[in-house]
Design a protein around this ligand. Structure first.
Ligand code: INI
Length: 155
């Protein structure tokens, strides 16, 4: 029988940093609520959650890198919202933030989870920030707990 490794969803004792962009804060503050709710409901202590605000999504990777390098956290959760059509360079912002977050995770060896919404319009973003399509912040935080525990299980 093969050995099987999975991360459980027990958050007690784990420490998280949540990086959230203020740009499109109507959406991103809902993502933050979702992430906080997920962490607390999975047993993470309120004092073990640090929230760091950036001006926009483009600044998230640098902040995530700094937090990952601090070695204080078991995982970093990144939250933001790119709404196409908002500005001409929204496509650039979307691809750079995704690329940057993935790089930080691979370079640091720490789970750095993406809860970045890329939407065509505000209505679509709302659907993904706590309406019909769930809350991306909640999902990213649950995945962060799972990945943090999976890495511990493999140690
Ligand atoms: N930042 C976002 O978080 N979402 C966006 O949709 C967005 N658009 O479309 O422009 C955005 N731009 C700001 C960017 O992240 C930087 O904060 C800014 O360019 C300063 O560096």
């Amino acid at each position: 029988m093969a050995n099987r490794y999975e991360g459980d969803l027990i958050g007690k004792g784990l420490k998280f940093a949540v990086v959230v962009s203020r740009f499109n804060d109507l959406i991103t503050m809902k993502l933050l609520e979702g992430a906080r709710d997920a962490l607390l409901r999975h047993g993470v202590n309120e004092d073990d959650i640090d929230v760091v605000l950036t001006p926009g999504c483009l600044e998230i990777p640098l902040m995530a890198k700094r937090l990952a390098q601090s070695t204080k956290y078991d995982a970093v959760v990144c939250l933001g919202a790119v709404i196409r059509g908002g500005t001409p360079h929204s496509e650039y912002v979307a691809s750079e933030v995704n690329r940057g977050i993935s790089k930080v995770s691979l370079d640091s060896g720490l789970p750095v989870l993406q809860g970045i919404i890329t939407a065509d319009n505000l209505e679509q973003a709302i659907q993904r920030a706590g309406a019909k399509e769930g809350n991306r912040g909640f999902a990213a935080a649950v995945n962060a707990i799972e990945m943090a525990n999976l890495l511990k299980a493999l140690q």
